[in-house]
Write a protein that binds this ligand. Structure first.
Ligand code: DX5
Ligand code: ZN
Length: 222
């Protein structure tokens, strides 16, 4: 049975009480914590750095899923490893030597992911698919939370699912951006394993109700 995991993105959390937000979302049933790292170069926004990852590590035992939206990822990966990341994803658009980058993450015994912006072709992964633990398909243009899911990325997820099955690989598919109550059914049916959701969880009244609802939808999605 394919794993189905829900990873709340703390980009949408209330930073004035991040520790409490993490406790609440962990108790609410989150499977991992997604942390968006933005550098103002690769994406037109800034967010968090290794110190936040370290702080988050101190208050949760859940896996930390670090999504690097930065240029020169190779230079900074060691800092995120040291800070306590469990999974690190790097954009193919940002790494000149993605093979080397993925090897560096795996050599440190972390799960390595490659991320693709909406318009980036799956063919960029032709020679990498069997080497990565997961592929992160962005459902929005990276840089901001709260954007609308771009429908054509569903087709990309379906195609990736078909390729992974065809090659008999265990590579997981993660999707990030625009996941909410109205979009999650189709996204789950397309074959996603890891669902990243920011505003739809942290913007909701009751995180537990929202996560349970997502889980119900995912479990019956066809
Ligand atoms: C977008 C980030 C996402 C973001 C998702 O650049 O990578 O992780 O937090 O936010 P929502 O779920 O609000 O679309
Ligand atoms: Zn993200």
């Amino acid at each position: 049975m394919d794993p189905k995991l829900i990873a709340p993105s703390i980009l949408a959390a209330d930073f004035t009480k991040l520790g409490a937000e993490l406790n609440t979302v962990e108790r609410a049933g989150a499977d991992a914590i997604h942390i968006d790292i933005m550098d103002g170069h690769f994406v037109p926004n800034f967010s968090m750095g290794p110190d936040i990852v370290k702080a988050v590590r101190g208050v949760t035992t859940l896996p930390l899923d670090v999504h690097l939206m930065i240029t020169n990822p190779d230079q900074y990966i060691p800092y995120f490893i040291k800070a306590g990341a469990d999974w690190i994803s790097v954009h193919v658009e940002a790494s000149r030597h993605i093979d080397r980058t993925v090897r560096a993450i795996k050599t440190a015994d972390l799960k390595a992911g490659v991320a693709l912006n909406p318009s980036t072709s799956l063919s960029t992964l032709d020679w990498m698919l069997d080497q990565v633990d997961y592929v992160l398909i962005l459902g929005v243009n990276t840089g901001f939370g709260g954007q609308q899911f771009i429908p054509y990325t569903l087709e990309k997820i379906r195609l990736l699912r078909t390729i992974i099955r065809g090659k008999n690989l265990s590579t997981l598919i993660e999707t990030d951006g625009g996941i909410n109550e109205s979009t999650i059914q189709e996204i789950a049916a397309a074959g996603v394993n890891i669902f990243v959701a920011g505003s739809s969880i942290f913007g909701s009244q009751d995180y537990e109700v929202t996560i349970k609802n997502f889980r119900n939808i995912i479990s019956v999605a066809k």
